[in-house]
Design a protein. Structure first.
Length: 271
């Protein structure tokens, strides 16, 4: 039962610092790593973790070193794409030697899981909070979708394209996401788009493309649909998303949001 864990929006800052003066993002990521390691024996068949952007809050070498020191404890290999808080060149230098990491240019990649492939797309537009997939990224997506034939395709991005109802987050989505959706709609196999950025679990449907946003490991963005408001953070529990391929009728890619932390239980429903 192949699958992967989606980790997103760690927003790691310098050791000992708090993000936005309130959020202990390092402790939140440690808690996520500890949760994954503890639960892996119960899940079975998980191949890797995929980090869908905002590994750090400012993209500095110090922050990437701090991120790596925490992720070194994860009992899984992992891949990553950048988010709007990352910096492409410092991220590439910090992750130098990773087999999936391109030597130059945008950080696009593809991973074959057997029954499905994940296509990681770099939507970072440096200096902006919204996302854009460059022309080379669109071409990479075209070439990769063609190469995998009718195999199910999962596109991983930092920036989502679906409307969430949170005005500031929707303004900073994947601005040219319609091109990604059109390409996925034309793919002969099942398709899905998994993203981060919004710090909330949100799902929607664009044509035949299921679009899913994973919550962050750290703080959440407040769900507030009133127009004209700046985004606010809330210290809700962090989470990761478990994506598993299930070979059963009516199944396929099954996704489960997992709160991070070790909680009381489990107990049988009947003593």
């Amino acid at each position: 039962m192949p699958g992967f864990i989606q980790i997103t929006d760690a927003h790691i800052v310098s050791p000992g610092a708090l993000a936005y003066s309130r959020s202990d993002t390092a402790e939140a990521l440690r808690r996520a790593v500890e949760t994954i390691n503890a639960k892996l024996p119960h899940w079975g068949g998980i191949d890797c973790a995929i980090v869908t952007g905002d590994l750090t809050d400012h993209g500095t070498p110090e922050e990437y070193a701090h991120f790596l020191s925490i992720m070194d404890e994860l009992a899984l290999p992992w891949l990553a794409i950048p988010g709007n808080h990352d910096q492409r060149d410092p991220m590439r230098k910090a992750l130098a030697g990773a087999s999936w990491l391109p030597d130059a240019g945008p950080l696009h990649w593809v991973r074959d899981f057997g029954p499905f492939s994940v296509i990681g797309l770099d939507t970072l537009l440096e200096g902006a909070h919204h996302g854009m997939l460059c022309d080379a990224g669109m071409a990479f997506l075209d070439t990769t979708l063609s190469a995998i034939g009718d195999q199910p395709a999962i596109v991983a991005t930092h920036h989502p394209y679906i409307h969430t109802g949170i005005p500031a987050m929707d303004a900073d989505n994947l601005r040219n996401g319609a091109g990604v959706i059109a390409r996925l709609e034309a793919h002969p196999g099942p398709v899905r788009m998994v993203s981060g950025h919004v710090h909330r679990a949100v799902a929607g449907q664009l044509g035949r493309v299921t679009c899913q946003i994973s919550p962050a490991t750290c703080h959440a963005v407040l769900t507030d649909h009133r127009a004209g408001l700046d985004p606010h953070l809330v210290l809700e529990p962090g989470a990761v998303t478990l994506h598993r391929w299930v070979e059963q009728p009516g199944a396929g890619l099954v996704s489960d949001v997992i709160p991070t932390g070790i909680f009381p239980g489990p107990w049988p429903f009947e003593d």
